[in-house]
Structures are given as C-alpha cells and as structure tokens.
Design a protein around this ligand. Structure first.
Ligand SMILES: [Zn+2]
Ligand SMILES: [Zn+2]
Length: 141
C-alpha cells in the first residue's frame, strides 16, 4: 500500500509504503487541545517506511512525546513518542484522499466530547449557514 499526504499550504508532504499499524480515532484531552478539535484521526506507520519533504517543527507535549506541524500553515502532521519508537501516528486528515480513511478503533472514550452524540439531531447544511442565528432558542442556552 502506498499512501500520500500534504499539509494545507503544500510545503510539507509525506509518502508511506507498507502496512498500517493502526487506524484509530483519538478522543484524548491532549489531542483535543493540540488539534483544536473534538477528536483526531490517526494512521499508524512504521517510521522507516515513511518519508517527508519540507520543513517540520515539533512541539514536545510531554517528555519524549512530539507533535509535528507545518511552520507555515500550522497543519498538524504527526504524533510520535519515545514510548512507542516503532510507530509514528500521522494525522489522517492530511491524506491526499482523506475520504479513503477507514478507522477501526476509537480510544480514550471517557474524554469524548459529549456533543458529538448530538450531531445527527441538529440542523445540517451543505455549505456554511447563510445567516447567523440572531436569537438562539432559549432551550439550548
Ligand atoms: Zn503547510
Ligand atoms: Zn490522543
């Protein structure tokens, strides 16, 4: 299997050849904070089969744990930790074809954002809402 990916501005790209070690959705509080999102989706890869082009900056979010991102556009690229030296977790949303992603596990369920369960029951639009809601319904405050 060959997969490719890119950051938002295109300065950083990755190519992976080989079998994936994980396809997981993470609900942990660190990922929520680091990605400014309620959840993040990862592809587990073997470091020796993953190649990068472009400059990457990383943040050491805890001792021996690194979160890489593009210094130009800020796109989150990977998570890696000295605790799991045989794996790099690449953010699945950076895939060239992110629609092909098929997670097979989700982890850290106790910190899952509670409102995710409400998504199927709230209004959904194909694009951005045309007008902001001026008077929120009192019941949702
Ligand atoms: Zn970029
Ligand atoms: Zn996480």
């Amino acid at each position: 299997m060959v997969l490719t990916g890119i950051c938002m501005c295109g300065a950083v790209a990755w190519t992976y050849s080989g079998d994936l070690t994980r396809k997981l959705v993470c609900h942990c509080a660190d990922c929520q904070r680091a990605t400014s999102s309620p959840l993040t989706a990862f592809l587990g890869m073997k470091p020796e089969q993953l190649s990068w082009t472009g400059e990457i900056v990383h943040y050491e979010s805890s001792p021996g744990t690194f979160r890489g991102f593009c210094p130009t556009c800020g796109t989150r690229l990977y998570f890696r930790s000295d605790r799991w030296p045989t794996e790099v977790h690449v953010h699945a949303a950076t895939m060239s074809n992110p629609g092909e992603y098929r997670p097979d596990a989700q982890v850290f369920m106790p910190s899952k954002a509670g409102w995710l369960d409400r998504l199927p029951s709230i209004p959904a639009h194909d694009g951005f809402q045309q007008e902001p809601m001026v008077h929120p319904p009192a019941a949702t405050v």
